[in-house]
Design a protein around this ligand. Structure first.
Ligand code: SAM
Length: 272
């Protein structure tokens, strides 16, 4: 369905090929896992937005450390976590083991090498969360039997929180990190229109997303963020940076940083 506006071109203009460098993601795996563990409470809002039945097979493209794959595996028959980064997938396997889940497989493959029905089988449900796979909707569509779900931040992103927490500290830089776009990102609106242009009835659910945890005291906070690999000398500055998100209550210190995620999705049977 061709329209007046070239949504595909606009999408291409807002995304960077640098986001697909495996070295960058390998370097980020430990920190991504750290942030994902703080997202567990909020990630359930995204999982609850999915129509997954116990007999369904699920493909999670650009799975990261399994933030989505792990809870989805509790509701589906099986999950394949596909990613370009070996370090991310190593963490998916560890996290699956920790969660005592035996129905998750990892697939080390880059999105460009995915050929639906050949290198990767068709699945009931396909998920691409914060993933460069959102660049090729036709391919995601060809991989799915029932539904495709794409998740994107529509408020401040993980990168925004990371930058806030390490402001003035200068942590280990990410390899080849691409220039950042300002938050909130416009991506989900473009995505919605791209799905419609493809001829499917696009849906969008907005869910509260964020990072949370309860700590006994400040020492527990500082030690929980060890994966940020900040120098000891940065503790005061880190405390200053994180304090707007900490509430002192009788139960200890409550961390809460909130944002929103858009879940853009379509059903294979719902053509326009
Ligand atoms: C921001 S993380 C998202 C992780 C997870 N889906 C989530 O929502 O938490 C993006 C993931 O996409 C992976 N990725 C980037 N480019 C890729 C590509 N070309 N093929 C497959 N995976 C890719 C990265 O390695 C990284 O694990």
């Amino acid at each position: 369905m061709a329209g007046l506006i070239d949504w595909e071109m606009l999408w291409a203009l807002t995304t960077s090929p640098l986001m697909s460098k495996p070295q960058m993601w390998d370097d980020f795996a430990s920190r991504y896992d750290g942030y994902s563990s703080l997202e567990q409470e909020y990630t359930w809002h995204q999982i609850d937005a999915l129509r997954i039945e116990p007999a369904d097979t699920v493909l999670d493209v650009g799975a990261g450390t399994g933030r989505i794959s792990i809870p989805v595996a509790r509701r589906a028959r099986s999950v394949i976590a596909l990613d370009i980064s070996a370090s991310m997938l190593e963490r998916v396997r560890k996290n699956a083991e920790k969660a005592a889940l035996a129905n998750i497989e990892t697939l080390h493959l880059q999105w460009d090498q995915v050929v639906p029905g050949e290198t990767v089988p068709v699945h009931d449900v396909v998920i691409a969360s914060r993933s460069p796979a959102a660049s090729d909707l036709a391919k995601l569509n060809a991989l799915a039997r029932k539904y495709v779900y794409i998740m994107l931040f529509c408020g401040p992103s993980l990168k925004h929180f990371h930058d806030t927490l390490v402001e003035g500290i200068n942590p280990k830089p990410l390899t080849a990190a691409p220039p950042q776009r300002p938050s909130p990102m416009p991506g989900f609106a473009l995505l919605f229109n791209r799905v419609i242009n493809m001829g499917y009835a696009a849906n969008v659910s907005y869910v509260v997303d964020g990072f949370s945890r309860t700590y006994a005291d400040w020492a527990a906070v500082w030690s929980d963020f060890a994966w940020l690999e900040l120098p000891e000398t940065a503790e005061d500055r880190f405390r200053q940076n994180i304090s707007p998100y900490l509430t002192d209550s009788s139960g200890g210190l409550q961390l809460r940083m909130e944002t929103r995620t858009a879940v853009v999705w379509w059903a294979k049977g719902d053509r326009l």
